[in-house]
Ligand binder design. Structure first.
Ligand code: SF4
Length: 402
């Protein structure tokens, strides 16, 4: 099939095969990709609304045994820069989130061998007691697999316990590229193979949770492997219908073991547009302004996105790799409205919660991103002592009091 025929097929809303998607991605001029993606966006969201969520991205620990080569965030067990947030620190972050109109916390962290499943259950229960309607969008598939290995329970049993403790939905992190050749090269095959990542999402959907899906491109993958990633997500969505949204971002190389360069903004827009065309069964695509900046984020709304993601109150992972864009609600709404759309607040299920909250009441402006922990704060949360240490380093630290 030639490019015109493939474009006509996409325009008619017909599903593209992998070969057709690859041809389109390789040969279509960028404006054509944008037009085709925008047509899909308009078909799915004809009301001219672009949504966003007010939530907080909290990384509860940076201690991780996975050691992915593209990650600048993690610290090994025993590192002086390693941290675990205490329950009180997390409550304070939730209080600050609620003060600016936030409705949920996105909680992800490293694979810390000294935080057992019971730590998560106790934390989730304590949050739900204090904030009964506040939502917990937490633990990407590799974290769930880590807990399954630590507790020696199957993934569905881990999910069942986490749901009973208060888990509301699962973020789609840790997908990177869902092709095992790539995962081996990036040293993330051990934390989750492609099948394992998809398996956790299948189990989560079967348990009644909605989840997102992500893609980090621009490391060692080929164009075919980018397409394969999208096709695997599309197939699971056909099966379960549990994904609410897809988010893609480019690899951020600074301070990583893998190193290398960063993909351009144009490459981002092409990738996003292709995803919008291929993922015909995904209701929403988020703009990744956190890695691309506000202006490319705004342009994303013409390349298939119908959502600006989250008001960023705190960010640690991407910042560690060199990107630190900050937009509070006022800025996000300005970007949406200046692109000609109507801005509305939403929850994780993409239900509209209302107009921008700063137009309803005074909320503090957030012009700088908060961090997980202040530099130099090496305090250990008191409740950690209630949970058995597993790593030799932590056992020794407890014995010696260091
Ligand atoms: S990406 Fe996640 S799992 Fe991989 S090293 Fe970083 S914190 Fe650990």
């Amino acid at each position: 099939m030639n490019l015109d025929e493939i474009a006509s097929k996409a325009r008619a809303g017909e599903r593209l095969s992998g070969d057709e998607a690859l041809e389109l991605y390789r040969r279509a001029p960028t404006p054509l990709l944008g037009q085709l993606a925008d047509a899909v966006r308009l078909r799915k969201h004809p009301d001219g609304i672009v949504t966003y969520i007010i939530d907080r991205n909290v990384n509860y620990t940076n201690i991780c045994v996975a050691k992915c080569t593209f990650c600048a965030f993690y610290r090994p067990v025993g590192s002086p820069d390693g941290y675990v947030l205490g329950f009180d620190e997390l409550f304070r972050k939730i209080d600050e989130t609620i003060a600016v109109g936030g409705v949920q916390v996105l909680m992800q962290g490293g694979h810390n061998p000294d935080l057992p499943l019971t730590w998560y259950e106790d934390l989730f229960r304590a949050i739900k007691v204090r904030y009964p309607t506040f939502k917990l969008h937490a633990l990407s598939p590799p974290e769930v697999i880590h807990l399954s290995r630590l507790s020696q329970l199957p993934v569905p049993a881990v999910l069942e316990r986490l749901i009973a403790a208060g888990l509301d939905s699962v973020p789609g992190g840790g997908a990177e590229i869902l092709v095992d050749r790539v995962r081996r090269l990036l040293h993330c095959y051990g934390k989750a193979t492609a099948d394992e990542w998809l398996g956790v999402m299948r189990d989560a959907h079967r348990a009644g949770l909605r989840t997102t899906a992500t893609m980090m491109y621009g490391t060692v993958e080929t164009d075919d492997e980018r397409i394969e990633h999208l096709l695997r997500l599309r197939a699971l969505q056909d099966e379960t219908g549990g994904f609410t949204a897809f988010i893609t971002w480019s690899y951020q190389p600074e301070h990583t073991e893998l190193g290398g360069g960063e993909a351009t903004g144009v490459e981002y827009l092409r990738m996003l547009a292709l995803a919008r065309i291929v993922l015909d069964n995904f209701p929403s695509l988020q703009a990744s302004w956190v890695t691309q900046g506000g202006k490319v984020g705004q342009l994303s709304l013409a390349y298939g996105s119908n959502d600006m993601g989250s008001v960023m109150i705190e960010e640690n992972v991407v910042r560690a790799a060199g990107a630190a864009y900050c937009m509070d609600e006022v800025e996000i709404v300005r970007n949406i409205e200046n692109a000609g759309f109507v801005a509305k607040r939403r929850n994780m299920h993409y239900e509209i919660l209302g107009d921008p909250i700063f137009r309803e009441r005074a909320v503090p402006r957030m012009l700088e991103l908060a961090v997980a922990r202040a530099d130099g704060d090496t305090s250990r949360p008191p409740e950690i002592a209630r949970y058995p240490a597993r790593s030799a380093t932590e056992k020794k630290a407890r014995l010696t009091g260091n």
